[in-house]
Design a protein. Structure first.
Lengths: 341, 313
């Protein structure tokens, strides 16, 4: 078994609004092995970003982690003082965001923004930090870094800005990099470059990566492990080969079936009918039950736990429980893949 | 940057020409014969003729404007029809008084406004925030002629807090801070309130931006995030307001100077209006307008320095 650097158990994060409590994340568990990449996949609103912001404790004011543990090197980050948490952020756990266009401060130069991490965490003076910033820009593949370091974000393209974000995040050699949809706002060729860059840097620096995405193609290419999220919960967690070869949760099966595959003889893509439930009105039982072709009364009544297959793969579905009342072989989304046991 | 400044300076030329035309027209916009009005109702035909002659009112209007402007460009704003002294001398004696008063009022407004706005934004939705915003609303709603009278009543007459003020009053301006402080508060309060509200809303907007989250994700302290990352962005719209406020203060000085009997340009203008001394009114309005245009030029340039995104072209 690999060494685990970050272990999230039973995370629940809520937002307290005028309309009531919104349970944005409601039962998320996964672990990130050292030096590996975990992908978190799910639709918009499934709680992926909130999960990542919970890890760094960067939630908006009305958001709060109400339950669970986030163990980093064995210590629960949720128990840390704000001061101790600051020494983790940007230093041991870094984050890059979806929108490179708005994630850099428009009134400071690229160099000033990268330097800040170095002067804050590594005790460098401004001159040393600026020199290191140039090295970092070189590391992330920005041409003529000496010139770029004095420029303002508006002078850079989206892809360049995301490289700057990565340089900033890597400034202090973090153990974990959380990348929240780092390529969603970029065009396709740049996407591939940025993902390639993250993978390359990961190999060189030996850090762990949490890659949040809604793109299964990206997951297949980049990740070692995958957590599939639906309506604020992890519904399936496994290594990437298992997930693609033998998906076990009906939602995962549905996701894979809705992807076009050049190798398969597909007449049509199979959609998952229905809509993600509103966070104000979650189903009582399994959250996917209203959209699941195999759902039974049990599914509608009771929320299943994460069932572990003993090899570290987990799935939140009644099919894998003794109590399952349905047939042994279940046919979902035109695929006879799901079989009990 | 230099190109921007030069271009921006050149842009003020048409504005200044427009201002000069308006100021020049002042005398001719009054219904009736300006010479008659200056002379007063009971004046003889001969007096009116003399005034017309002296002010060149018999020339065609464009010649009059040309003569006026060639005078202005040489620093000659004409002569007071009452005292006969050069308008430029009358104004020069009072110009710095008004500029100083407006400047101190601006400093006060910026200092108080920024402090209050930042505290409000950082402690948003708390009692402190609400209290500051209620006070700001009061500050905004009080007319400064009323505030000035209340301050005189409380501090200069009723209280012994600023006893010297009454004694110093006739001697002029700027001899003592005790003399300056009440007019400055009178003039600056409304501006402070506007700047406070502007700073607060601007800060609140900025605090929700993605780059603030990035700054926090770097592990920076709240202090650095607020005062370095948020404030610098939030100040951009505030700077514009400060420039406009300064212009407002130049206008507001008319009332404040009158209330506190300060011999500045505002009071000069009011006296000239009551005495129908048009050359002085024209000169004072022209000088104040030019000052306003230049202050806004400076604001635009500093705006550019603060916000690198403004396109140079």
């Amino acid at each position: 078994m690999e060494e685990t650097i970050l272990d999230v158990r039973g995370l629940r994060t809520s937002f307290f609004t005028d309309e009531g409590e919104v349970k944005a994340v409601d039962g998320v568990s996964f672990s990130v092995p050292k030096g590996k990449t975990l992908g978190i996949v799910g639709e918009s609103g499934s709680g992926k970003s909130i999960t990542s912001l919970s890890i760094l404790r960067l939630l908006a004011e009305n958001g709060k982690v109400v339950d669970g543990e986030i163990r980093y090197k064995g210590e629960n980050l949720l128990d840390f003082s704000e001061k101790k948490m600051r020494s983790i952020r940007g230093n041991q756990i870094s984050m890059i965001f979806q929108e490179p266009m708005t994630s850099l401060n428009p009134v400071f130069t690229v160099g000033q923004q990268i330097s800040e991490s170095l002067t804050t965490h590594q005790g460098m003076n401004k001159k040393q930090a600026m020199a290191k910033s140039v090295d970092l820009l070189k590391l992330v593949g920005i041409p003529s870094p000496e010139k770029r370091v004095t420029q303002y974000p508006y002078e850079l393209s989206g892809g360049m800005r995301q490289r700057v974000m990565i340089a900033m995040a890597l400034a202090c050699n973090p153990e974990v990099l959380v990348a929240d949809e780092p390529t969603t706002a970029l065009d396709v060729t740049i996407q591939a470059q940025i993902l390639g860059l993250i993978r390359d840097l990961q190999n060189r620096l030996g850090m762990s990566v949490i890659l949040i995405t809604h793109d299964l193609g990206v997951v297949a290419e980049t990740c070692d492990y995958v957590a599939v999220m639906y309506a604020g919960q992890v519904v399936e967690y496994s290594d990437v080969r298992t997930l693609f070869r033998k998906p076990r949760h009906p939602y995962t099966v549905g996701l894979l079936k809705s992807l076009p595959r050049p190798d398969a003889d597909q007449e049509k893509l199979v959609p998952i009918h229905g809509m993600v439930p509103s966070p104000f009105n979650m189903p009582k039982g399994c959250r996917f039950a209203p959209r699941c072709p195999a759902a039974t009364d049990l599914c509608a009544e009771k929320l299943p736990d994460l069932f572990d297959d003993g090899e570290g793969n987990q799935v939140r579905c009644w099919i894998y429980d003794e109590e399952w009342p349905g047939p042994k072989e279940v046919d979902v989304f035109g695929e006879e893949r799901i079989a009990k046991g | 940057m230099l190109k921007y400044i030069i271009r921006r300076v050149l842009q003020t030329i048409p504005v200044l020409i427009g201002v000069s035309i308006l100021v020049f027209s002042l005398m001719h916009l009054i219904p009736g014969n300006p010479a008659q009005i200056i002379a007063g109702e009971g004046a003889s035909e001969q007096t009116v003729r003399q005034i017309e002659e002296r002010l060149g009112l018999n020339d065609p209007i464009h010649i009059q404007y040309f003569n006026y402007m060639s005078g202005v460009l040489q620093g000659d704003l004409g002569n007071s029809v009452r005292s006969g002294r050069a308008v430029s001398d009358e104004i020069a004696a009072r110009f710095w008084v008004t500029v100083e008063l407006s400047f101190y009022a601006t400093v006060l407004a910026v200092f108080l406004g920024l402090m209050a706005g930042i505290i409000s934004a950082v402690r948003r939705y708390t009692v402190a925030d609400t209290a500051i915003m209620v006070i700001a609303l009061f500050g905004l709603s009080m007319p400064n002629f009323w505030l000035g009278l209340v301050l005189i009543d409380w501090f200069a007459i009723g209280g012994d807090w600023l006893p010297e003020w009454a004694k110093l009053r006739p001697s002029g301006w700027g001899d003592s801070w005790r003399q300056v402080i009440l007019p400055v508060i009178t003039l600056g309060t409304g501006g402070a309130a506007i700047i406070a509200r502007m700073t607060r809303s601007s800060m609140l907007e900025v605090i929700n931006q993605d780059y603030i989250r990035t700054a926090r994700a770097k592990g920076l302290t709240d202090r650095i995030v607020t005062y370095r990352h948020a404030l610098k962005n939030a100040l951009i719209p505030v700077v514009t307001v400060v420039g406009l406020e300064f212009g407002g203060f130049l206008g507001g000085a008319v009332l404040t100077e009158t209330i506190f009997a300060i011999n500045g340009m505002g009071r000069l203008t009011v006296q000239a209006i009551t005495q129908r001394d048009f050359p002085i009114v024209q000169g004072a309005v022209l000088v104040l307008s030019v000052l306003f245009v230049f202050v806004n030029l400076i604001v635009d340039i500093s705006y550019k320095l603060l916000n690198k995104r403004i396109d140079l072209n």
